[in-house]
Design a protein. Structure first.
Length: 82
């Protein structure tokens, strides 16, 4: 989606990952890093909720479109509540 970007960040987002699955994901992320030389950041459980809250706050504070459909959807939802 962001091919012209100079850098890329790889992330895996999930709201509910059981402890055993989270441990397995951390192993996969480590292997991904070893093989690709890039970090795979896990945004799961409480961290996921915190990040979504940050995105919602940012979406509520602006009306400007940024061509990012998921963020635009959050903007609409946050402003409908007003």
């Amino acid at each position: 989606m962001f091919d012209p970007a100079d850098t890329h960040r790889f992330q895996f987002w999930s709201p509910n990952v059981p402890p055993a699955s989270e441990e397995a994901l951390r192993e996969v992320a480590g292997e991904f890093g070893s093989r690709s030389g890039s970090e795979l950041e896990l945004v799961v459980n409480d961290e996921y909720a915190d990040r979504i809250d940050e995105l919602r706050a940012a979406a509520a504070s602006t009306y400007a479109q940024r061509n990012e459909l998921a963020f635009r959807f959050l903007q609409i939802l946050e402003h409908v509540r007003d």
